[in-house]
Design a protein around this ligand. Structure first.
Ligand code: F6R
Length: 616
């Protein structure tokens, strides 16, 4: 989704801005722009439809000097992707420029009232009203930029992270946020500032950051301390935090795509996720969130999981894990539905919110609703310090490092790992899981990274077998039990990056409708592992075979039944049923990847998609 990068200090801003935008490309966007105040005090704005490289081309040979600037990648909501709709937007006088992430819901009424005052609009965006409104307030009340921004934001309904610069004040930059993330990096001697929608573009310059909170407005002046006020104009003390991050995670490390790198990093990520949480010698799990909220969790009468997309699929696996090990009923809800459904939340209910980015607008709103209704919210989040991590009462980070590929891979296995640890630890606390079962699962979970490594060894086999499917138009994915959500996830991965239509189904549901789709043109991915439902899945596979469907089977090593029926076979090491999603998802990620690569598509930044969905 949209990305913001800003800089004010002593360096030339343009390279910082372009470098930063490239670091944010993973978020997904369709146009880009930047504004700089030049050495001679002129506001220069450049915009282009397309990629950051197109913007650089646009700015080539033009004046890009200046030590204050801001830039933006836009993911279109209001108005098509075009240079006119790209940010920054400029005020009527041409003296103010503004970039914005989020949506201004009441932009139509603000726009109409400004038109009556003689303002003209050039773009179709909701954003343009903000810059005009700020200028109107600044001129009418003869106020500072900071005050004009603050007052303007009290008139606005919606979500925003904004940055505003004013040609008349070339030594300052004003930023603000509500429901859309914004991080400020404090550079040299605390008097140089970097600013971005997430910490990725900032990390190479400084590790000292301030996460801007909702309804806060920030004034950054070259050479001075940062100043923060809230919308009521009370001073807020900036809370400076130190971020730990490995720059290596934002490089491809020799892989052709981030997605492939992230698929291959899963054994290490899962090890990292379990580090300090599985005490292998004692065959014991320690999750501080469970230790600290033992009473509440042990006595929970119901758990509601809220999430979107891939995180929702992880939630479906979590439901089975928690119900099996803890005997607590679990509902899994799309956050976008939950937030508008007036859901029933009873005393004793616990909500688990799952999010990789920690910024998904619907999940954030679902958390707000649940908390307002008295629920305790437990977060399972990847992005440290993100809005969701801060909005939840407690939680566990998955610690898989920044995920750059838009299609989520390592975050999914990280989420499933944390849900498994959660269910095991809580099941043991409740006494619903026997010591023998607990120890058996813990010991096997500890082996999972090595088994993932073995699955990854079949990458070239998967690449080869995927070839005939490059140009098919549809795919079906079937799985049961713990592997039904994996079938959904496999189908989602394929849709997202290869643009092939794919459906995931619980295998037995096929005969209630989707079987009508099966003919010799239809590839059907069947997850048929050696667990209690193996024989049932086998029957479903026979039904596909009888209708000439092309079967790609995912089987347990040593399988000799499904393997004889299937057109192609991928084997994975044997493991416990409840842990099998951690292995079975990997071949499906690789299958989607190789198909998309052969179709010549941009795997890391698929069309129309955004990494961090900060609008609802
Ligand atoms: C799919 C994918 C999306 C996200 C969804 C939720 O590959 O990445 O479906 O899972 O947008 O995002 P988070 O987990 O950041 O809340």
């Amino acid at each position: 989704m949209c990305g913001i990068v800003g800089y004010i200090g002593y360096k030339e801003a343009f390279p910082v801005l372009m470098n930063g935008l490239r670091r944010l490309e993973y978020r997904g966007y369709d146009s880009a722009g930047c504004a700089l105040i030049s050495q001679d005090g002129k506001l220069n704005v450049y915009k282009a439809k397309g990629k950051v490289a197109d913007l650089e081309q646009e700015a080539l040979g033009q004046d890009v000097s200046g030590t204050l600037g801001m830039s933006h990648t836009r993911w279109a909501t209001h108005g098509e992707p075009s240079a006119v709709n790209a940010h920054p937007h400029i005020s009527q006088s041409g003296r103010l420029a503004l970039v914005h992430n989020g949506i201004i819901e009441n932009y139509v009424s603000i726009r109409e009232s400004l038109i009556k005052k003689g303002y003209e609009f050039k773009s179709e965006t909701d954003t343009e009203v903000l810059v005009q409104l700020i200028e109107y307030i600044k001129n009418t009340y003869r106020t500072s930029l900071l005050k004009a921004v603050r007052i303007a934001l009290t008139k606005v309904i919606g979500a925003y992270a904004i940055v505003v610069v004013d040609q008349d004040h070339p030594h300052e930059m004003v930023a603000a946020r509500k429901s859309s993330p914004l991080v400020i990096g404090i550079g040299e001697e605390n008097k140089e500032f970097f600013l971005a929608s997430d910490a990725t573009p900032i990390m190479e310059y400084t590790r000292k950051v301030v996460y801007v909170n909702d309804e806060e407005v920030v004034l950054m002046k070259r050479g001075e301390e940062i100043k923060i006020v809230n919308l009521a104009n009370d001073n807020v003390n900036p809370e400076i935090q130190q971020i730990e991050a490995d720059m290596g995670v934002v490089e491809k490390d020799g892989y052709p795509h981030f997605m492939l790198k992230e698929i291959f990093s899963q054994p290490d990520c899962v090890r990292e996720c379990m580090r300090g949480r599985i005490l292998a010698k004692e065959k014991r799990i320690v999750l501080s969130a469970i230790v600290n909220h033992k009473e509440l969790l042990v006595n929970a009468s119901r758990i509601i999981i809220v999430a979107c997309g891939t995180s929702w699929h992880a939630g479906l696996i979590g439901k089975q894990l928690i119900e099996q090990m803890c005997r607590i009923p679990v509902d899994v809800e799309y956050a976008s539905e939950f937030r508008y459904r007036n859901p029933v939340i009873n005393k004793g209910d616990v909500v688990i919110a799952i999010s990789q980015s920690g910024e998904t607008a619907d999940t954030l709103a679902a958390i707000g609703l649940a908390r307002s209704m008295g629920a305790t919210v437990f977060g399972i989040v990847n992005a440290v310090g993100s809005s969701i991590a801060r909005a939840t009462d407690t939680g566990t980070y998955i610690h898989v490092g920044p995920e750059i590929g838009v299609a989520s891979t390592k975050a999914f296995t990280g989420q499933v790992t944390v849900l498994t640890l959660f269910a095991l630890a809580l099941g043991r606390e409740k006494g619903t899981l026997s010591r023998e079962e607990y120890e058996e699962i813990v010991a096997e979970l500890y082996q999972i990274p090595d088994k993932m490594q073995k699955v990854l060894e079949s990458a070239s086999h998967i690449e080869e077998l995927s070839k005939p499917y490059t140009y098919v138009r549809n795919f079906i994915y079937l799985g049961r039990g713990f592997n039904y959500p994996v079938a959904l996830e496999g189908a989602l991965k394929l849709k997202e990056i290869s643009y092939i239509h794919a459906e995931g189904y619980p295998a037995a549901e096929m005969k209630h409708g989707p079987i009508a789709l099966i003919d010799s043109e239809m590839p059907v991915v069947c997850i048929a592992l050696h667990h209690q439902l193996y024989q049932k899945v086998l029957s479903n596979i026979q039904e596909v075979k009888a209708r000439n469907g092309k079967i790609i089977a995912l089987v347990t090593e040593g399988d000799d039944t499904v393997s004889k029926i299937a057109d192609s076979v991928i084997t994975i090491p044997a493991t416990l049923s409840c842990l099998s999603p951690l292995l079975s998802c990997i071949p499906l990620q690789l299958l989607a990847y190789y198909v998309a690569v052969r179709r010549g598509l941009n795997v890391d930044q698929p069309r129309n998609l955004a990494k961090s969905v900060t609008v609802e």
